[in-house]
Design a protein around this ligand. Structure first.
Ligand SMILES: Cc1ncc(COP(=O)(O)O)c(C=O)c1O
Length: 400
């Protein structure tokens, strides 16, 4: 008889973004010209100055176990980054380095959530949040937003969620947002912060896309907006997105020492910290940044402008021009309500797009909004053009 799995894992779904990418790759391997908008990673190579540091670490035989929360040089480099870029002062014992921001969030959730605690999550949300919340046996409470409000939650919606959630302990905030590209400004964050203080919430603030903001958008960390917020925020960040280092696996959490200490104990019994070479490379990534990082940001901005320009020409598509990250999240409700091909939801629409029009998109349902689809513009201009044309054609065919 097969061994029964833990209840904890039975409720966890496979990642929707990985599923679409896998199918797109299968089709590509079969020789089909698929435009893959499913991927959530920069298409650039890791800059040379970072790779050189990794080579050096290997040549220096820096290959043994390191301190579980991260080597002191790296935690100091992260503290310096917070002071320089966010005006936040942390000490190394307030920093935990983990294998990617994804692991940082899960480790912090494990350290703070008890069975039944409620975690408030604005929607649209990053695909992993619901399953991470389930993995720690907590309960997710979704706070909806609308495209008309740039996919931002309102203070009234947050207050309502707090009123209705007696076990609310954490607000899991993501700005700049994946999938919507929304970026909260300082005033909006102050309003959210006041409610978090009133209802005694910890904010886990996922700022992994901090460096990828466009035009005159400023990234502000909620930890910095009111003095009381510093004590009730854990900031999550890492090198994956801004430094094109997704495969290196380096993310970090910064916050009150007792929370970081607890998360560090979780990690000590799980992984003993991240690989030594990545840590040395990350020190150099943060301390010796060259102009390659800003060039990648500019390239993303151009791609965003191009893709949004193309998508905004399509009738009945509601588009919010993202202010950060590298995704566009157009709403296609009109087409779901007005087509005679029997397409009723975004999942069906994405299957049609992939199988017939050879474009991989991610259904908004994976992000809690079943009327939108996610494009990743971490893609060449040529692909953006081709993919946008195929998307427009599919929608046109649905109308006829
Ligand atoms: C909102 C958000 N948070 C965290 C992560 C995880 O990043 P990392 O590669 O550092 O684990 C991602 C990656 O897609 C993301 O989109």
């Amino acid at each position: 008889m097969a061994i029964k799995l833990a209840n904890r894992i039975l409720v966890v779904k496979p990642s929707a973004t990985l599923a679409i990418s896998t199918r797109a790759k299968e089709m590509m391997a079969a020789g089909i010209d698929v435009v893959n908008f499913g991927v959530g990673e920069p298409d650039f190579n890791t800059p040379d100055y970072i790779k050189d540091a990794a080579h050096k670490a290997l040549d220096d035989n820096f290959t043994r176990y390191t301190a579980n929360p991260g080597i002191i040089e790296l935690r100091e480099a992260i503290c310096a980054k917070f002071e320089r870029e966010n005006g936040l002062k942390y000490k190394p014992n307030q920093i935990l380095v983990s294998a990617g921001a994804k692991a940082s969030i899960l480790t912090v959730l494990m350290a703070v959530c008890d069975v039944g605690d409620q975690v408030l999550v604005p929607s649209p949300y990053w695909v992993s949040y619901p399953d991470q919340v389930k993995l720690v046996n907590a309960q997710m409470v979704v706070i909806p937003s609308t495209v008309e409000n740039e996919f931002k939650i309102t203070p009234a919606a947050l207050r309502k969620a707090c009123e209705e959630s007696p076990s609310a302990k954490v607000l899991l905030l993501n700005s700049p947002s994946n999938p919507s590209g929304t970026v909260y400004n300082r005033e909006e964050l102050i309003e959210i912060a006041k409610i978090c203080i009133e209802y005694n919430l910890l904010v886990i603030s996922d700022e992994i896309y901090e460096r990828l903001v466009y035009d005159d958008t400023e990234h502000v960390s909620i930890a910095s907006v009111l003095p009381e917020m510093y004590e009730r925020t854990v900031v999550i960040n890492g090198v994956s997105k801004a430094y094109a280092m997704t495969g290196w696996r380096m993310g970090y959490a910064a916050g009150p020492a007792h929370i970081i200490g607890a998360a560090s104990r979780v990690q000590a019994h799980a992984t003993s910290g991240i690989n030594s070479i990545t840590q040395k490379a990350s020190v150099v990534a943060l301390n010796e940044e060259d102009d390659s990082i800003e060039k990648m940001r500019q390239e993303f901005q151009e791609r965003r402008n191009f893709l949004c320009g193309e998508l905004s020409k399509i009738p009945h598509v509601t588009l919010f021009k993202p202010k950060g990250a590298f995704y566009v999240f157009p709403d296609i409700s009109w087409y779901l309500e007005n087509n005679n091909k029997g397409i009723k939801d975004c999942g069906e629409f994405c299957s049609l797009m992939l199988e017939t029009y050879h474009v991989a998109l991610v259904s908004g349902a994976a992000f809690g909004v079943d009327t939108a689809v996610r494009f990743s513009y971490a893609n060449s201009m040529e692909n953006l053009k081709k993919g946008a044309q195929r998307f427009a054609k599919c929608l046109e065919d649905l109308r006829s």
